[in-house]
Write a protein that binds this ligand. Structure first.
Ligand SMILES: *[C@@H]1O[C@H](CO)[C@@H](O)[C@H](O)[C@H]1NC(C)=O
Ligand SMILES: *[C@@H]1O[C@H](CO)[C@@H](O)[C@H](O)[C@H]1NC(C)=O
Ligand SMILES: *[C@@H]1O[C@H](CO)[C@@H](O)[C@H](O)[C@H]1NC(C)=O
Ligand SMILES: *[C@@H]1O[C@H](CO)[C@@H](O)[C@H](O)[C@H]1NC(C)=O
Ligand SMILES: *[C@@H]1O[C@H](CO)[C@@H](O)[C@H](O)[C@H]1NC(C)=O
Ligand SMILES: *[C@@H]1O[C@H](CO)[C@@H](O)[C@H](O)[C@H]1NC(C)=O
Ligand SMILES: *[C@@H]1O[C@H](CO)[C@@H](O)[C@H](O)[C@H]1NC(C)=O
Ligand SMILES: *[C@@H]1O[C@H](CO)[C@@H](O)[C@H](O)[C@H]1NC(C)=O
Ligand SMILES: *[C@@H]1O[C@H](CO)[C@@H](O)[C@H](O)[C@H]1NC(C)=O
Ligand SMILES: *[C@@H]1O[C@H](CO)[C@@H](O)[C@H](O)[C@H]1NC(C)=O
Ligand SMILES: *[C@@H]1O[C@H](CO)[C@@H](O)[C@H](O)[C@H]1NC(C)=O
Length: 865
């Protein structure tokens, strides 16, 4: 091979990244370079009466009863499934020995990595951090800790104390010298406590397409968990948004596995840098809320590997400590009871060395331990039942050798190892949340917020997507008069936490969805307050009308204003709360509170109508998108507690929009490839066949030639960019001879042989090609561009026309040209070969495009493989 050596070009890449830095100065300070120290604690006390506020708390029960487990012999075990016992020899793969590191480190490509000291942020995943030595050291300590544990002690390490029996939403008790664990929601903030930050939701972080910001968000969130003494943060969430109406999509990172995988990777590196354990969830195929405990997602092996499991693979590569199995069934076997999913794919193929916990109440029987479940949460069979499938049951199963003691040792070792791996044995802060007693002064003992408001504002602005901007309607320049229309512009009527778990019809700005993936707002800045503050500076006349239902009044109010800004929203959440007939999932893809009519009423009277949308996901906006008086559309996602300020930063150009859609906005709801599956009875298991296979979101629109309204990856800026000078350079790297043989095999069309860690192996993921190109800012203002790389496989591969395999960000002043770089690995060019059970290069020419969206290609090339 020709070209620069790996080391040389990587230094060059690092240089480019540093030179690019990030948008403005406050922004780069968002990523602290040194280890974090706990924030100052302030102690305030509130008068408290002991409270029993929990009447409105979620109680998730599972009404589907699995068949009883049966044992056929001491070496063959049957695990109950909905269709009958699934049998495998218990000796086949009862637990994973952890792979010991055999490869020499190749800094900086394959550096030995401690989770508290992650690799720097690259433009792409050109570093493959090696966490194996850190795991090996942790396993050694864990094994010696449990060496003299009794069976009951080891079982107690695996069994949560039960719902509402501890300070956190999940608690592992103290056992001998192990102090136990506090597990706490959520993916966007510390749930059920005070003095914490409400970060922008996962979907907003993904909309930034900015690795540095996603990493910084993970780190800041992790610091808040740490400050509160939480050992295990229950996030990030990485389900795929297969169905546009899916209730929890907003907790995750959009409808593309690569974007989701990179967002998961950076979030986990950030979270764990703070010292907390991250949890990749919900594993797997939990793609709708309706009947989530009674639906079987039936997914073919290739689709599972290439689409739904990929973000979990990237999580393992980020060194994630824990994985949470989901409520649903996969191919008629509950996910937490699914050997193929837990043991075969996650622990064998991916070489996952942490532990698998159940979603709350998702454990289905004691033999789940044999399938690969390591920890049952919250511990009880149904939340609050006081019974458990682990605890005394697991002890009995181990005593009579139905579950081998070696497997129990593996479970306890994995859990304790993750604690050592994160160095939580070294002076970890005490728990200062009390989830179920909000008035316990303990909740106010530690103020965890630090200066995270600045980062929230940046992520929320960077995650805002400008969809339409006619005649330079935006940015605003000292308008004489503005009218704000719609309740979404306003502060919520009864304060920022009008509903427990945000589970109600929002009366003001929507800044997060509802359910367990939430936090209480310490404060919440609405657009109304932020625009008023800006109006003071500009001496602009501001009026407002927050009543969505009086359309005549809204139209009249809009007549005199130079600018009319209409705020609309759309909410969703978790199934245990129903809001306006939405049982978690959205019942439609239209704006709430008659938002479409409100836009039309205002646009009929004002020729400069700007629409701001706060939505959990795509909406159908056909009723007004092409209206000549709708001059701009700002897709503001879910911004967290600085939502209003971030909207002001976009509207006035303090932040030049750089966000990109993490999903497709269609013209019709029926254009999407998959819909909710509704119906079913109290006892049925709903079958959800993933018949669209690899063709989710834009992959479907591309293959079926359906024109979307706004495609995946789309977003405008206040400036313009031109692309030129595409260069593709093979990367010449030296690896040991065993890896060399695997590379040869792959180059000759062979599939990666399946083995422990085979899908996360160095040779498969190390950079193979570097793609560079120039980007020039050809417009009037400073701004950031998000170049995207899409691979086009040969027809023989049976892949969708274009699939995202790289992206980067570059910021330029007007007239400036910068070089962007994206790296591509063998894994990026491979497809999952079902017959050979490995990753293989398709036969034929693999092309690619660099562009500004999934349909706006600027440069094209082919990979010389
Ligand atoms: C296990 O070992 C620890 C330290 O080596 C010791 O403190 C403890 O008493 C032992 N426990 C039992 C049950 O032997
Ligand atoms: C294990 O947990 C059970 C239930 O919480 C408790 O009764 C028992 O004392 C614990 N045993 C040990 C050895 O910690
Ligand atoms: C969170 O908000 C809910 C709903 O307003 C409230 O009942 C609860 O007390 C709050 N919790 C804390 C810890 O402040
Ligand atoms: C589900 O069934 C499909 C079709 O038989 C198969 O390809 C896939 O591997 C199965 N997945 C699991 C987790 O069993
Ligand atoms: C053991 O599991 C069974 C269900 O298989 C349950 O009924 C029982 O209550 C459990 N025992 C304990 C002690 O939790
Ligand atoms: C082992 O113990 C469990 C729990 O008591 C019981 O359900 C199972 O039948 C026993 N198995 C054997 C082989 O004795
Ligand atoms: C944590 O709690 C223990 C026991 O209550 C106490 O001795 C210790 O001082 C506390 N540590 C901190 C940092 O507050
Ligand atoms: C869609 O659902 C929202 C929220 O429940 C509701 O306000 C709206 O009226 C519904 N739209 C249609 C067209 O039914
Ligand atoms: C656009 O707004 C103007 C008022 O500025 C109004 O006269 C006109 O009818 C509107 N156009 C449409 C298509 O509603
Ligand atoms: C919009 O309406 C204003 C006020 O009626 C008028 O001055 C302006 O020319 C109109 N702009 C366009 C583009 O029609
Ligand atoms: C961001 O930085 C650029 C380049 O230094 C500068 O032109 C622009 O004014 C800055 N924007 C803000 C909001 O500070």
């Amino acid at each position: 091979m020709m070209g620069p050596t790996l080391r040389t070009w990587l230094l060059a890449v690092v240089h480019v990244v540093a030179a690019q830095s990030l948008t403005n100065s406050t922004f780069s300070s968002a990523v602290p370079s040194s280890a974090w120290s706990p924030p100052n604690t302030s102690t305030t006390t509130t008068a408290s009466s002991s409270s029993s506020f929990l009447t409105s708390l979620p109680v998730t029960t599972t009404s589907a009863t699995p068949l009883p487990a049966t044992t056929t012999s001491t070496t063959l075990t049957s695990v109950a499934t909905e269709t009958g016992p699934l049998t495998w020899p218990i000796s086949e793969y009862p637990f994973t020995p952890f792979p010991t590191p055999t490869l020499a480190p190749i800094p900086p490509v394959y550096p030995e990595t401690d989770p508290l000291n992650p690799p720097p942020i690259g433009t792409d995943y050109n570093v493959v951090p090696d966490f194996a030595p850190a795991w090996a050291a942790a396993y050694g300590k864990a094994q010696s800790m449990i060496a003299n544990f009794t069976i009951e002690q080891k079982v107690n390490i695996t069994t949560g104390v039960g719902w509402m029996n501890g300070l956190c939403v999940g608690n592992i008790p103290t056992v001998a010298n192990f102090p136990g664990l506090c597990l706490q929601d959520s993916p966007l903030g510390v749930r059920f406590t005070d003095f914490v930050t409400a970060f922008p939701a996962g979907i907003t972080a993904a909309s930034t397409w900015n690795r540095a910001l996603i990493r910084a968000r993970g780190l800041a969130l992790g610091q808040e968990f740490y400050a509160k003494g939480v050992n295990v943060g229950l996030g990030p969430m990485m389900n795929m948004g297969r169905v546009a109406q899916g209730g929890r999509n907003w907790e995750g990172f959009g409808a593309d596995p690569f974007l989701t995988g990179e967002a998961a990777y950076e979030t986990i590196l950030g979270l764990q840098q703070s010292g907390i354990q991250a949890t990749a969830k919900h594993y797997i195929n939990n793609e709708q809320e309706w009947k989530r405990t009674q639906e079987s997602s039936n997914v073919d092996d290739r689709t599972e590997h290439e689409i739904y499991a990929h973000p979990f693979l990237r999580s393992v590569m980020a060194g994630v400590s824990a994985v949470m199995c989901s409520y649903n069934l996969v191919n008629d076997t509950y996910a937490c009871n699914n050997y193929k999913i837990l043991s075969d794919i996650l622990k064998r193929e991916y070489g996952f060395q942490g532990y698998v916990m159940s979603d709350w109440g998702a454990t289905m029987n004691t033999l789940s331990a044999v399938a690969g479940l390591d920890m049952t949460m919250a511990g009880d069979i149904t939340l609050g039942s006081g019974t458990t499938y682990f605890g005394a049951n697991l002890t009995a199963y181990v005593m009579n050798n139905t579950v081998s003691e070696a497997r129990l040792d593996d479970m306890a070792t994995r859990i304790i190892a993750a604690w050592y791996y994160m160095h939580q044995d070294q002076g970890y802060p005490n728990v200062t949340v009390d989830s179920f007693h909000p008035y316990n002064p303990l909740n106010q003992e530690v103020n965890a917020q630090s200066n995270h408001d600045q980062l929230v504002r940046q992520v929320a602005a960077a995650g805002t997507v400008l969809l339409k901007n006619e005649g330079n309607a935006l940015p605003l320049t000292k308008p004489k008069s503005i009218v704000l229309v719609g309740s979404d512009a306003a502060p919520p009527v009864s304060g920022p936490n009008e509903y427990a778990d945000q589970g109600g019809d929002p009366t003001g700005i929507l800044a997060m969805g509802w359910g367990s993936g939430t936090t209480n707002f310490t404060y919440l800045i609405s657009p109304y307050e932020a625009i008023q503050a800006r109006a003071r500076e500009d001496q602009t006349t501001v009026s407002w009308d927050f009543d969505n239902w009086n359309l005549d009044q809204a139209g009249n109010d809009a007549i005199p204003a130079e600018v009319a800004i209409v705020f609309i929203n759309s909410d969703s959440g978790e199934a245990y709360i129903t809001v306006d007939g939405n049982v978690g999932d959205r019942k439609n893809l239209t704006a709430w509170h008659e938002g479409d009519q409100l836009v039309l009423a205002v646009a009929a009277q004002n020729n400069n109508t700007i629409v701001v949308v706060n939505s959990v996901g795509p909406l159908i906006i056909e009723p007004w998108v092409d209206h000549p008086n709708v001059t701009a559309i700002v897709w503001a996602s879910l911004g967290g507690n600085e939502a209003g300020n971030a909207i002001v930063d976009i509207l006035y150009g303090a932040w030049n929009p750089s966000g990109r859609l993490p999903y497709t906005i269609a013209k019709n709801a029926s254009d999407y490839p998959a819909q909710l599956v509704l119906g079913g009875t109290a006892t049925d298991i709903l079958s959800i066949d993933y018949t669209e296979g690899l063709y989710i979101d834009y992959r479907w629109f591309d293959a079926q030639n359906i024109t979307p309204r706004y495609e995946f990856g789309y977003g405008l800026s206040y400036t313009t960019f031109e692309y030129s000078q595409l260069v593709i350079t093979p990367i010449d790297a030296s690896v040991d001879s065993a890896q060399e043989d695997l590379i040869q095999n792959w180059e000759n069309g062979g599939a990666s042989p399946i083995a422990e860690g085979s899908s996360t192996a160095l040779w498969l993921h190390m950079p193979l090609f570097q793609v560079t190109f120039n980007v020039e800012n050809t417009g009037p203002v400073y701004g950031g561009e998000i170049p995207q790389l899409y691979v086009h496989h040969p027809p023989s591969a049976g892949e969708p026309p274009s699939i995202l395999k790289g992206f980067t960000n570059i910021e330029l002043v007007p007239g400036q040209t910068g070089q962007a770089s994206i790296t591509i690995s063998r894994y990026d060019l491979s497809v999952w070969d079902v017959v050979r059970q490995g990753w293989a290069k398709p036969n034929g020419t693999i092309g690619f495009s660099i562009g500004a969206s999934s349909r706006d290609f600027r440069l094209n090339g082919t990979f010389p493989v």
